[in-house]
Design a protein around this ligand. Structure first.
Ligand SMILES: [Zn+2]
Length: 302
């Protein structure tokens, strides 16, 4: 039987509800000094704001070693009534101490499987997806290593693989590796940040593989392309791929939270939902917000 693995246990996919399919409650990286998401009361307030806007579930894509705070997630989910799914996986090398990466050599897939099936650290909280990352218009050795381990963990568990595309690029290289060389079914791959490189032809080619296309934002860093998201969603829906689309807020720094004066998680429902309804209609938007994430994160865990 298929289930979405939340921080409070497995649930029926149809119980997931209106979802922010890509976001972060907690995240820290040496690349974002002083801008970490690490404040529990701010995380709670953001979830409450999302819930008040009609949100039911949030999928946190923060991977291994980046301050996920897995042990704090069940309490936050209970307190706010928002379902939470969290990730295992590994980001680009620049987000880690090289020594820490060395310690993962030869056992990365094992770490992913253990976090998906047994739990993250001693928290008892199990991950529901594997997050990895590509490089700019390419796949470097680190990306190949992490994607190979992600594919192995996928084959062992069925878990979906969510991919950070660097500035939205490299989608087809990622699909060639994960689906072509490593045998991961298209529908188990979620490509993130596609709005950051709004090439409609590449997006359609990616959709043809059967993978999920996740659009996110807005953010200051990606304002140059964020505003093109509605037309990308419209083009893909018109080409018959509405059932492949996901939406997320992707809040990565404290200043982007709605409770700190940014758009944050509620923006997805407060502004993006009606904006997209203008171009694809209410029914398609509701499908993208509810039925699609339920399907994308549902796994027969065995
Ligand atoms: Zn993200």
């Amino acid at each position: 039987m298929s289930a979405v693995r939340t921080v409070l246990g497995d649930i029926r996919p149809e119980d997931m509800g209106v979802s922010d399919a890509h976001d972060h409650l907690f995240l820290s990286s040496p690349r974002l000094p002083g801008r970490e998401l690490c404040d529990i009361s701010a995380a709670r307030a953001e979830l409450e704001a999302f819930r008040a806007a009609g949100g039911a579930a949030v999928v946190q894509w923060t991977p291994y070693g980046m301050g996920r705070r897995a042990a704090d997630l069940p309490g936050l989910s209970r307190a706010t009534g928002v379902r939470l799914v969290c990730a295992t996986g590994l980001h680009q090398a620049a987000h880690y101490d090289p020594e820490a990466l060395k310690g993962l050599r030869g056992r990365l897939a094992e770490v992913f499987v253990s976090e998906l099936t047994e739990g993250i650290g001693t928290s008892g909280v199990r991950a529901g997806l594997i997050k990895v990352a590509g490089a700019f218009h390419a796949l470097d050795a680190h990306a190949r290593w992490t994607m190979t381990a992600a594919a192995e963990a996928h084959h062992a568990t069925g878990a979906p693989i969510a991919v950070h595309l660097e500035l939205g690029t490299g989608a087809l290289d990622v699909l060639d590796l994960l689906c072509g060389a490593l045998g991961v079914p298209g529908h188990r791959v979620i490509l993130g940040h596609l709005n950051r490189s709004p090439d409609p032809v590449v997006q359609r080619q990616a959709a043809e593989s059967g993978c999920w296309l996740a659009f996110d934002g807005p953010s200051r860093a990606h304002h140059a392309t964020d505003w093109r998201m509605p037309e990308a969603v419209r083009d893909l829906a018109e080409a018959g791929y509405a059932d492949r689309l996901l939406l997320g807020g992707d809040t990565v720094v404290a200043g982007a939270r709605s409770v700190d004066g940014g758009p944050g998680m509620p923006y997805l429902l407060r502004r993006l939902r009606p904006r997209l309804a203008e171009v694809v209609g209410v029914d398609v938007v509701e499908r993208i917000l509810s039925a699609n994430p339920a399907q994308a994160f549902a796994v027969d865990w065995g």
